[in-house]
Design a binder for this molecule. Structure first.
Ligand SMILES: [Zn+2]
Length: 684
């Protein structure tokens, strides 16, 4: 690889951030710049690493571990902007670049982890670690780095190293392809409806559908799309069984359309390569490899959590199904309840049981007020405050910039947020960072962002959220706080750089504060009258919180169990689709419920390695979050200052600076049991 003479990394807007508030100057970034800047940044990083490896001096923490962590600043910068664009505002050029850069990055990092000279230095430090007088965080970083090298093949023979590098590269390409296929299917499918097809749909669904049709050039029509913000309410409310079936089949069939975007081959190859990788590294299975550095540690521990939950959830869902079937019969339907009926009759059952429907809540859940609520809770718990800085260009005109301040008024970092769905954005909601916070070297302050996919309202109309969407906003903001409150020395353990089954604790825990009555009373205000949500509606909503738990838990847990089934075996299934069907059959999956994420569009598991053999993590974290919120409830104050300070110190600001089990115990005094989670879900 040669350094392009045209790229000066010290001056280029992708790597030299000269915009307002220390952000990149997005107005000067061209799509065509990514390729050459990536090449230059990769070469610069490789040269830095080579210099560290070739140092004639004996290895020290400063000349090896610290030098390694501080290397690659330009690569970090161009990568963070690129991956932000790839998820939140992509186009054909970015997608082509993504296919090109994914294997290049994999090759680059494989080469580093298989650099023998470099590993010899790390290995030497690791062997002498007890005598180096290291503080606890530095010792942990050294241990994690050493283990990371070993897991990446540092101890393999040359043949094994070569094979592992090839596998990593191929897996990276397959992951990128998988995600793009799903996005293509979501973009491709749309069902245009007329006024007469809208029976049962509340105003907010019609509005979102009209807007979606207009952006697709069909003003006056109504579009059903596969964005969850439209798909879920459509199948919840539409009286038209035939249309619900059509939408359901398209949604459940993403990635399985038989054409160029079909993911069957991608999944088959991915599973085969993952199994081979695990074998090469001498693990019993890919799941054993992935779980090695988590809180759960083994597939057995995961199954011990999932199995009892699965059985309870199925019982609950079976009881619900009987009631839904009764409602369907009462409505004059002789058909057996199908998957496209579940949400519809469940909503009717909710209305019958709790005498309110979701649509009644929506006028009280204004996006702007719920954003305020997120900020307000953070201020009350942790003392941080937020100030919007309008007019600063980011990756898209919808993206907003906020400055974040500590309680004493000093600067903490930046928070960016991009709330509305558009065709250039992949589905879902997530948090990521442009820059992480740490104190090593010159240090750096966190620049964190949230991406949402709420339906964009027509001009002049307020954006209104469903309760689930408001929860998602709190969830992702919880992740953002984990990034923004970080208080560690080493970049590699900053913010959300923790094990997967611990990373959902700060986000899922934060959701609890949305439904604290004091928060809703202050922020859940009607968009027309400005009046607070009536006490009666609030009580009904809180009473209904566990409603539908059977369905939701079956949807989730089946996905987690299929993920584990794929990866906890020593080999790979020849036909993943058949294996998915067999696994569900064995589990006794209810016929009228589908997995929340079926294999052909299970992005968590197949669009990268992040959540592979790791979808269970959400539930693992839920055990933690239910127990952690109970700690506040036990004091009788959801904002108990002493508890909030412990939470900040040991969880939100600690990153991965210590073992997650130790961090949790430092906050709570003990490890949790699943009871609080089962109770919270209404499964007991
Ligand atoms: Zn999350």
């Amino acid at each position: 690889m040669s350094v392009s003479p045209k790229i000066d990394l010290a001056r280029h807007p992708l790597t030299h951030w000269a915009g307002p508030l220390g952000l990149p100057d997005f107005t000067r970034i061209e799509d065509g710049d990514f390729g050459p800047v990536f090449d230059a940044a990769l070469a610069a990083h490789a040269a830095e690493v080579d210099a560290i490896a070739a140092n004639a001096e004996p290895a020290t923490v400063a000349n090896t571990l610290e030098a390694l962590e501080l290397a690659g600043v330009a690569l970090d910068r161009v990568s963070s902007i690129f991956w932000c664009r790839a998820g939140a505002h992509t186009n054909d050029a970015i997608q082509a670049m993504e296919r090109e850069i994914s294997p290049k990055m994999a090759r680059h990092f494989s080469a580093i982890s298989m650099n023998e000279q470099l590993f010899a230095r790390i290995d030497d430090l690791y062997a002498r670690r007890a005598a180096l007088g290291l503080d606890a965080e530095t010792l942990r970083v050294l241990e994690k780095t050493w283990k990371g090298f070993v897991r990446s093949g540092a101890k393999l023979d040359p043949e094994g190293k070569k094979r592992l590098a090839a596998i990593q590269e191929e897996l990276a390409s397959l992951g990128a392809k998988f995600g793009q296929n799903v996005l293509a299917d979501e973009k491709e499918w749309v069902l245009f409806l007329d006024e007469g097809d809208l029976a049962g749909l509340p105003e907010f669904v019609r509005g979102a559908m009209a807007q979606a049709a207009e952006t697709r050039g069909q003003k006056g029509k109504y579009a059903v799309t596969l964005s969850r913000s439209i798909y879920e309410p459509f199948t919840t409310f539409s009286e038209r069984r035939d249309l619900r079936e059509k939408a359901f089949k398209a949604f459940a069939g993403r990635g399985e359309t038989g054409g160029a975007t079909d993911n069957a081959g991608v999944v088959r190859d991915t599973l085969r390569l993952r199994a081979e990788k695990a074998k090469l590294l001498r693990y019993d299975s890919y799941a054993a490899l992935k779980l090695d550095d988590t809180m759960a540690k083994t597939p057995k521990a995961v199954m011990e959590l999932l199995e009892p939950v699965w059985n309870k959830a199925r019982e609950k869902a079976a009881a619900d199904e009987a009631e839904l079937q009764r409602l369907a019969a009462a409505a004059g339907s002789n058909d057996k309840l199908a998957a496209w009926d579940w949400r519809f009759y469940q909503e009717k059952l909710r209305a019958e049981k709790y005498a309110f429907d979701e649509a009644e809540l929506k006028p009280y859940l204004q996006l702007e007020k719920i954003i305020d609520a997120c900020f307000d809770v953070a201020t009350r718990l942790f003392g941080v405050t937020f100030k919007e800085k309008p007019g600063i260009a980011a990756w898209h005109p919808d993206a907003r910039v906020f400055e974040v301040f500590n309680a004493d008024g000093s600067k903490r970092g930046l928070f960016l947020a991009d709330y509305f769905a558009r065709q250039s954005k992949r589905s879902g909601a997530w948090m990521s960072s442009l820059q992480s916070g740490h104190r090593l070297g010159k240090g750096s302050t966190p620049v964190i962002y949230n991406i949402m996919n709420f339906a964009k309202p027509a001009a002049g109309e307020p954006a209104l959220l469903s309760l689930d969407e408001a929860k998602t906003l709190f969830h992702e903001f919880g992740h953002a706080l984990h990034g923004m409150l970080t208080d560690v020395t080493w970049p590699s353990v900053s913010g959300t750089s923790v094990s997967r089954d611990f990373v959902e604790l700060p986000s899922q825990l934060y959701e609890h504060w949305l439904t604290v009555p004091a928060v809703l009373e202050k922020h859940a205000l009607h968009y027309k009258t400005g009046k607070a949500m009536p006490k009666e509606l609030l009580d009904k909503m809180l009473a209904a919180k566990t409603f539908g738990a059977g369905f939701a838990t079956v949807e989730f847990t089946s996905s987690a169990l299929v993920d584990m089934a794929y990866h906890a075996r020593p080999d790979a299934p020849a036909e993943p689709a058949a294996f998915e069907a067999e696994t569900l059959e064995k589990l006794g999956m209810p016929e009228a419920i589908v997995m929340r994420h079926r294999t052909p569009h299970f992005l968590h598991v197949f669009s990268g390695e992040g959540y592979s053999a790791g979808y269970y993590s959400y539930m693992w974290s839920e055990v933690l979050d239910a127990d952690a919120f109970a700690a506040f409830e036990e004091t009788g104050d959801a904002f108990n200052p002493a508890m909030a300070e412990k939470l900040r110190k040991h969880i939100y600001s600690a990153g991965g600076s210590a073992d997650p089990e130790e961090l949790y115990k430092a906050f709570r005094g003990k490890m949790p049991s699943p009871e609080a989670m089962m109770e919270k879900r209404g499964l007991t």
